[in-house]
Write a protein that binds this ligand. Sequence first.
Ligand SMILES: CC(C)(COP(=O)(O)OP(=O)(O)OC[C@H]1O[C@@H](n2cnc3c(N)ncnc32)[C@H](O)[C@@H]1OP(=O)(O)O)[C@@H](O)C(=O)NCCC(=O)NCCS
Length: 370
Amino acid sequence: MRFPDDVPVLTDGVVRLRAPRVDDVAATVEMNSDAETRRWNAVQVPYRVEDARQALTERIPAGWRNGELWTWVIETDGRYAGAVVLSGGESGVGSIGFTTHPAARGRGVATRGARLAVAYAFDVLGWNRVTWGAFVGNWGSRRVAWRVGFRHLVTAYGGGIGRGERLDEWIASIGRDDERGPAHPWWEVPVVETDRFRLRAYRDSDVERTIEFSNDQLSLHWLSMIPQPFGHAEAERYLASRYEGLASGDRVSWVIADPVSDEMLGDVSIAGLLREGGGELGYCAHPAARGLGLVTAAVGRVIEQAFLPVDQGGLGRRRLELVAARGNLASIKVALSNGFTQTGVRRAADRRRDGSYEDLLTFDLLSEER
Ligand SMILES: CC(C)(COP(=O)(O)OP(=O)(O)OC[C@H]1O[C@@H](n2cnc3c(N)ncnc32)[C@H](O)[C@@H]1OP(=O)(O)O)[C@@H](O)C(=O)NCCC(=O)NCCS
């Protein structure tokens, strides 16, 4: 293939993918010197004009000529907005990378650019699968990948090298016959305001209250999965797992917050949301907020959200389940007060920290029962 004459121009009417040019040097240096780019991409530091010139005049043209690396500049309104690159392709599997210029972020540039490149990989290069990878925590990139249709996400621990060290990496892929769009929901947390409490998403400032809750004797007694000791690192992992639940489509977690101070008083979560119409409810109260009927009321509002259709801002559930240890009378009370029916017993299924086992009672609630 001749460079740049044979490089295809791809457009969706909003962004335009074209061959990189020598006069992209300044924009390339700006983009690759940006702090976010450095944080998430393995770029040279410092990234100099000579580096950009070398890439634009040697590496990128050679990639097109040899059929090994397909790099486009993404333009919007005739201006440089970023770059997207396909690489590999041996045995029909290759990977994608993208970076948006700092001035063009948050406007769908990467999503549109990646969609066009993925279509090119399948329709022109004849690939069967495109993979995407990003360092764990790069939520912007993950969101782009999700929108484009990448799926089967796994975490490769220590799988990538960046910032001079081994970092954990997310890896996902899309096959040529997969739908070119989200494979599962990425939930938003609907905010519910009442006189007594607010239901809202977790935020970083919930760390301290999470630590308090997770070191409380009653919490530790009934929730044997809470790690001990539980400090800042564990709380941060817990908060990240709440966000992971939303992004993976598996779980929505609400903080029960004080309506005035916004301080965390408890949690209500629904997990198992990837199962069509189902969901498993879980709840807990901060030690200072127990015995006030707060969780019972908050669970009631969450149930309303759960049964509300998705197009009305709900979770579109048909039935909810929950389990409670036989001796956990407060938890059982919350379930019964909210109309749950006991359906059975999982004998000796719940491990206590002293190594003993207790029965778990199972409950469910159908949408028509509300
Ligand atoms: C990641 C990156 C390419 C995204 O580019 P972009 O043009 O802003 O992406 P888009 O506008 O198409 O989409 C970004 C989406 O991520 C969301 N997003 C951005 N930062 C986010 C964050 N911290 N948490 C959650 N979502 C986030 C945006 O809201 C947007 O969502 P939407 O589709 O619902 O509107 C860009 O931020 C970038 O260049 N970062 C540095 C380099 C990099 O990380 N490259 C990818 C390496 S794998």
